[in-house]
Write a protein that binds this ligand. Structure first.
Ligand code: HEM
Length: 325
């Protein structure tokens, strides 16, 4: 069912991108091959994907634990909106991999695509062919999250040029870098708190008065594990790619979002236009078909089941108990 408020898929993939700014849990390597049992009478599910790829059809889907008995669950990202997925989860990775080695004020980008959009740069790739971004590119990375990465890294580099023009040699490359980073982080916060949240919550946020400098800030465990997955119900099975007149030109299926070079092929303006002209799915208990037969690392995953199982994995209380308390 389409969004009743008529909000677009820019919203879906903004929050998909932003989720990795504040949450990055670790897989423990503990894998259950029979993690999600498929009822034998679930003919639709078996025929949707699993049956075609395995013979005989699998009676269960794999499940990996992110809760470790020895150290619980670790969130590798900072719980502030501070560009973790752009600038990385630690300074070593930022300095060695993500910053431009030739101009230390800037972020590394690939300027080799010879198109009008390509001159602003696309995400760089490592030796393994994967994009070099602040978190694991294979985890949650696809054309529409790469879109936001690209926009904000372009903005970082643009801001760097602007500051240099204004202040000349009065700051070091590193000082310019940190100023541009601060600017990008502020933009992320403004877009999220002033533009995204009022639409999704139906009201503007009131002024926050509970700040307490003695508390250790962190992300609520229930929010990180359960609530924040609400976006899984917003995804559609297919996405119309529009031309510059806003007319549909082709269709991109959800299962193909991770095909290589899609952003370079479509360009940033086309991807933004396409997302903004398509309504997202309503935020409800329904998932699109493909979210229930989604491929992660070659294995089928049912996001609806995984989202529930992840709560059990990490010992979440039952929903009604949480609501009461
Ligand atoms: C194309 C659409 C999407 C796909 C295919 C997708 C896929 C996934 C997968 C495979 C996981 C790992 C699940 C697990 O093992 O526990 C995950 C986690 C997650 N997703 Fe999505 N997702 C999508 C969109 C979204 C959106 C729109 C949001 C926005 C709220 C979101 C928020 C999250 C969060 C918060 C996690 C947990 C991350 C962690 O614990 O490290 N996802 N997603």
């Amino acid at each position: 069912m389409k969004s009743k408020r008529k909000s677009s898929h820019l919203m879906t993939f903004w929050i998909d991108f932003l989720a990795f700014d504040v949450i990055k849990s670790i897989e423990t390597g503990e894998i259950y091959n029979n993690g999600v049992l498929i009822p034998s009478d679930d003919k639709f599910y078996l025929s949707y994907g699993v049956e075609n790829t395995t013979s005989p059809p699998k009676p269960a889907l794999q499940y990996n634990r992110t809760y470790s008995v020895s150290h619980g669950t670790i969130n590798e990202a900072t719980s502030f909106i501070d560009g973790s997925s752009i600038y990385g989860l630690n300074e070593t990775n930022l300095n060695l991999t993500l910053r431009d080695p030739v101009d230390l004020c800037k972020m590394r980008m690939n300027y080799t695509v010879d198109t009008a959009d390509g001159k602003f740069g696309y995400l760089p790739r490592g030796k393994d062919g994967q994009y070099l971004i602040g978190h694991l590119p294979t985890r949650g990375g696809h054309v529409f999250t790469n879109l936001f990465h690209t926009i904000f890294i372009r903005e970082h580099n643009r801001k760097c040029d602007e500051l240099r023009q204004k202040y000349g040699n009065s700051l070091t490359d590193n000082e310019y870098f940190q100023e541009a980073r601060k600017w990008v982080i502020a933009l992320l916060q403004v877009v999220h708190y002033r533009e995204y949240l009022p639409i999704i919550m139906g009201t503007t946020l009131s002024t926050y008065t509970a700040y307490n400098s003695t508390l250790t800030p962190g992300l609520d465990y229930f929010f990180a594990t359960a609530t924040f997955r609400y976006g899984h119900s917003e995804a559609s099975d297919s996405y119309q790619i529009m031309n510059q007149n806003g007319e549909p030109e082709s269709i991109l299926m959800l299962e193909n979002l991770q095909l290589p070079d899609l952003l370079e092929i479509y360009s940033v303006p086309t991807a933004v236009l396409s997302l903004s002209l398509q309504r997202q799915e309503e935020l409800d208990i329904l998932y699109s078909d493909f979210m229930r037969a989604h491929t992660v690392g070659g294995n089928f995953t049912d996001m609806a089941s995984i989202d529930h199982l992840r709560s059990r994995d990490r010992g979440m209380p039952m929903y009604n108990d949480v609501r009461v308390n």
